[in-house]
Design a protein around this ligand. Sequence first.
Ligand code: ATP
Ligand code: MG
Length: 274
Amino acid sequence: MTGAHVLTTNPAGPASATDGVADPRLDTTHGPILYLEDITVSFDGFRALNQLTLYINDGELRCIIGPNGAGKTTMMDVITGKTRPDRGTAFFGQIIDLLELDEPAIAQAGIGRKFQKPSVFEELSVFENLELAMRTDKRTWPTLFAKLNGQQRDDIEDVLHTIGLPEQRRQRAGSLSHGQKQWLEIGMLLMQRPKLLLVDEPVAGMTHQETERTAELLLSLAGKHSVVVVEHDMEFVRSIARKVTVLHEGSVLTEGSMDEVQQDQRVIEVYLGA
Ligand SMILES: Nc1ncnc2c1ncn2[C@@H]1O[C@H](COP(=O)(O)OP(=O)(O)OP(=O)(O)O)[C@@H](O)[C@H]1O
Ligand SMILES: [Mg+2]
C-alpha cells in the first residue's frame, strides 16, 4: 500500500464524501471502470459463471437481471474478491487487477458493496452510524475517538441529505423503517467514497413508496459513481434502467434498453422457463 491511501482528501482537489476518492491508480480514461473478461467460476463442477464478459462504463448506472441462479450474486462475489474465479480477468479501470487483491484491498481501492440484509448498528443514531463508517475508512486520518473536523461534519451532512435522512440524524437506527435502514446502509457505503457501487436486490421488502425513493437515490448517485444494480423487481428496473444486462446460466444473454431486452425472444423464453 502506498502513502496515498491515508490522505484525507483527494489529491486532485477538495473532496466531498459523495464524490469518489478512489485509488490513485484507478484509470478510466478508456471509458470502462470495470472489465470482466472470460470469467468462469465452478462449484463442484457446476459453472455458476461461464466465460462471463462484461464492461461497466465510468459513471454509468447498470441494471443486471436474470432468473434465479443466473450468477448475478456470484458475479458480485468475484468483483469484491469473495470468490476467486477459475479463469478470466477482472480489472478495476485499466491498471488495477482485482484478482491480485483481497476483499479489504478491493474495498479500499474504491468498490463498495451493499448486501441485501441491512447491517446498521441498531443502538447507534443515524449520524453515529455514518460517523463510524467514515472512521473505518483507512484513508481518513486520524481515526477513532478524534473529534470530527468541519470537513468530516460536512461530509456526513452531505450523505444525510443524499440518502434523505437529515431529519432522522439523531434517531436510533434500530427505530428506522426497513427502507430507511437500507438507505442508511447505502449512506455508510458512501462515507467510504466508493467509485463503483454494487447493490444486490435493493428494493426487496420495500413498500412502493420506499422503492420509488430508492430509484431516485440510485439515479442521483450515477455520474459521480458507477452503480451496478441487481434486481428482480422489473417495474423498479424499468424506472432506473439505461442499459440492462441479462444474465443466464453464468453468461450474458443480451444487453440493451429495457424495451429491447424485454422484447428479446431468448429473454422471454429464459424467464418463462425459469
Ligand atoms: N458457494 C456456492 N457453492 C455452491 N454453489 C453455489 C455457491 N454459490 C452459488 N452457487 C450456485 O451458483 C449458481 C448461481 O448462484 P447466484 O447466487 O450467483 O445466482 P443469482 O443470479 O444471484 O440468483 P438469485 O436471483 O436467486 O439471487 C446457483 O446455481 C447457485 O446454487
Ligand atoms: Mg443473487
